[in-house]
Ligand binder design. Structure first.
Ligand SMILES: [Zn+2]
Length: 144
């Protein structure tokens, strides 16, 4: 790792988080430990590292948190934020089906006499869920 990267402002900010945690947990942290923590956490965005550090200070338990715990918590915060910014469509659209007849599978079951037959659903040409599903499964197959 380059010296310039270690001297970056985010490295300083991570150092401050470590120092604050050391105070909060009343523990002396040596230079080697700081370096390992800083290197481990540095791929994550600073806001997540800082938010996770604050959370650990409040609810981290009795002992100075291992870096893996800190990393996992920060990673979780990043995942939560990216889910929020994804702007998922309203729940009704996610849970419901465009076509209730086939549940967007493109196949509907029909009772003929005493047996059930599978038929191509008439929604196939207009059902965007069905089209997306078949397109993505085709992609999976062709990449093999
Ligand atoms: Zn259908």
């Amino acid at each position: 790792m380059s010296v310039s990267l270690l001297r970056s402002s985010s490295a300083d900010a991570i150092d401050k988080c470590i120092a604050a945690l050391a105070v909060a947990f009343q523990r002396h942290i040596d230079v080697a430990t700081i370096r390992v923590y800083r290197e481990t956490l540095s791929p994550l965005p600073l806001w997540a590292i800082e938010a996770a550090a604050l959370q650990l200070r409040r609810t981290g338990g009795e002992f100075f948190p291992p870096v893996a715990k800190w990393y996992a918590l920060a990673e979780q915060l990043v995942a939560e934020r990216s889910r929020e910014t994804l702007q998922l469509p309203p729940t009704a659209t996610v849970a419901g089906y465009e076509c209730d007849g086939c549940r967007d599978t493109g196949w509907c079951e029909e009772l003929r006499g005493d047996r059930v037959v599978c038929l191509e659903c008439s929604c196939r040409k207009t059902n965007t869920n069905y089209q997306r599903l078949t397109l993505s499964s085709r992609k999976v197959n062709s990449s093999r």
